[in-house]
Write a protein that binds this ligand. Structure first.
Ligand code: ZN
Length: 112
């Protein structure tokens, strides 16, 4: 089974849809696979965020209506925007190589 398939199993496990033997197989894989173990942690944290946004921070599973449709899209857009904003701020803060700096870089290069 590939890691992608294990990650799908992780989602099913977190939904409470795996049998005991499937959960045992998954636990065995996670014990030896850092990649999938970390994927499970981030899936869990995502579910915590969903549960919090649904006002159920102590929910045992993701409140069903919250996972579908617009809420999922909302979170995806939000994380995309956060990433874009961080990149944009970084660009403003530290700047890209503008014409001036490019020119001075070339001058330094020629001087050597
Ligand atoms: Zn794995």
């Amino acid at each position: 089974m590939s890691h992608e398939e294990w990650v799908k199993q992780i989602d099913l496990e977190l939904d409470g849809e795996l049998s005991l033997s499937e959960r045992a197989a998954l636990a065995r894989h996670l014990a030896g696979c850092r990649h999938c173990a970390e994927a499970r942690v981030s899936h869990l944290e995502l579910r915590v965020a969903f549960a919090r946004s649904a006002g159920e921070p102590h929910a045992r599973t993701v409140p069903r209506p919250q996972l579908s449709g617009s809420t999922l899209a909302f979170w995806m857009v939000l994380s995309l925007l956060a990433g874009a904003a961080a990149g944009w701020l970084g660009h403003i803060r530290w700047g890209g190589p503008g014409p001036d700096s490019l020119e001075s870089t070339r001058a330094t290069f020629l001087a050597q």
